[in-house]
Design a protein around this ligand. Structure first.
Ligand SMILES: *Cc1c(COP(=O)(O)O)cnc(C)c1O
Length: 344
């Protein structure tokens, strides 16, 4: 990658090792169950998630929506934080595909817990009310926050009390595991199904995993076909996914370290506001005290001129920078210098 692209970890290109693995991957028709590389990826992914089975899906959105579609009867209700990707960034798919209603929680910055969930659960005994069918959690959250194991356990307690399954949007579950100093399966032990992305910080070009019980995955496999996600010689993609899980997963702590260094460099620039304690994974958020008088477009353009791509600020005025495999330590220093130059 020639540009320094901090807009997301989705921008990552596949590594040379991935391109090699893709070139020589053994393939077959995966709709017939004939692709050995997809089968290897699914088996390995299931073991990392501590689940019986796993399914390769085209994207994270596809995996989340397939989970809702598989867990939930139409017209039922899903309880989740209103800031979740499923609510904010999946094009309203849950009403189209699973045909469910989203019952969102306004957590006001608090961590999700049994206390937040239980009062919202509806049995459906009253014919006016939808019946709750699922609880969803996101860890790590796409705002960079990690949910501790105690909170995961609290959600499990609520779900057990209400006889509900839990789906984890674990797009960055391996980043969460690094941040917590645990294995991914220590997080996923509390949930019934989990989706994680191969194509973010793990650098695969395409693909995500949905994992759960054998029965759940058998059902999801059928529904994946219905959604047009039955892929043929997908071993080409799964080969990159295996490199992602085996070689790239163990290095995610480097991205976290680079994010911390970037946050420290930015915090040292006069007028900058950076909450260093909030840098848990590969994301840095910052604002400047003169933000109101600075044209965001001018800043984004200035950075582009220095070969650095960033997104415009969010609704709260904060800029988000995301580190990943292609953002080396050297590049972190170059980015910090470019930001300092603009605000000087
Ligand atoms: C990126 C992301 C997704 C969706 O993944 P895509 O592959 O972009 O569809 C879902 N949930 C979270 C938390 C994400 O960050």
């Amino acid at each position: 990658m020639n540009t320094i692209d901090l807009r997301s970890d989705t921008v990552t290109w596949p590594t040379d090792a991935m391109r090699q693995a893709m070139a020589v991957a053994a393939v077959g028709d995966d709709v017939y169950g004939d692709d050995p590389t997809v089968r290897e990826l699914e088996t390995y992914a299931a073991s990392l998630a501590g689940k019986e089975a796993a399914l390769f899906v085209p994207s994270g959105t596809f995996g989340n929506q397939l989970a809702l579609f598989t867990h939930c009867p139409r017209g039922s209700e899903v309880i989740l934080d209103e800031q979740c990707h499923i609510v904010q960034h999946e094009a309203g798919a849950s009403s189209v595909i699973a045909g469910v209603q989203l019952r969102t929680l306004d957590l006001a910055g608090e961590t999700i817990s049994a206390e937040a969930i239980l009062p919202r659960v509806r049995s459906g005994d009253d014919i006016h009310e939808p019946r709750t069918s699922l609880v969803c959690v996101e860890n790590a959250h796409s705002n960079g926050k990690v949910i501790p194991l105690a909170a995961m356990e609290s959600v499990r307690r609520a779900a057990d009390r209400a006889h509900l399954p839990i789906h984890l949007d674990g797009a960055r579950v391996f980043n969460a595991a690094v941040a917590l100093g645990v294995q991914a399966k220590d997080i996923t032990q509390y949930v019934d199904s989990v989706m994680f992305c191969l194509s973010k910080g793990l650098c695969a070009p395409v693909g995500s995993i949905l994992a759960g019980t054998r029965r759940f995955i058998d059902d999801a496999r059928r529904k994946r076909k219905l959604m047009g996600g039955g892929l043929r010689q997908a071993g080409i993609l799964a080969a990159a996914g295996l490199v992602a899980l085996k070689d790239m997963r163990p290095r995610l702590d480097e991205d976290h370290e680079n994010a911390r260094i970037l946050a420290q460099r930015i915090a040292a620039i006069p007028g900058m506001r950076v909450d260093l304690a909030s840098v848990q994974i590969n994301m840095v958020y910052f604002t400047h005290e003169r933000a109101g008088s600075i044209d965001p477009e001018a800043f984004v353009d200035f950075m582009r001129g220095k070969g650095v791509l960033i997104n415009p600020p969010g609704a709260d005025g904060a800029y988000r920078l995301v580190t990943h495999y292609w953002i080396t330590r050297e590049r972190v220093e170059a980015v910090a210098k470019a930001i300092a130059d603009f605000f000087a």
